[in-house]
Design a protein around this ligand. Structure first.
Ligand SMILES: [Cu+2]
Length: 100
């Protein structure tokens, strides 16, 4: 392998891991639609777009919520904007607001 190519590959690797580190630090808001609100188990089912900081494509899935009060005003079919993070191994909605 020639030296130029090695340098290019090395810097490519570094910028990729830097991007990962940055995305771990800050959650990007994602669009979602409420599919189910479970007040008993404090869980929320969302159909969501790509969640960049979790490296997750769009899908419908169940989330924990950081604050159960988030669930109070939600109804099935509501459009929301939310951020999610992995907390203690569980995908957790950390912020949530109604989408306009
Ligand atoms: Cu998902």
């Amino acid at each position: 392998m020639n030296k130029t190519l090695t340098t290019v590959l090395a810097s490519l690797l570094m910028s990729t891991s830097a991007a990962w580190a940055a995305s771990d630090a800050s959650a990007t808001p994602t669009d979602g639609e409420v599919r189910k609100v479970d007040l008993e188990t404090k869980k929320l089912t969302l159909k969501h777009g790509e969640i960049k900081n979790l490296n997750m494509p769009g899908m419908t899935m169940v989330f924990q919520v950081k604050d159960p009060a988030m669930l109070d005003k939600l109804r099935t079919g509501d459009k929301v904007r939310f951020t999610a993070e992995k907390i203690n191994g569980a995908f957790t909605v950390t912020t949530l607001e109604a989408a306009k």
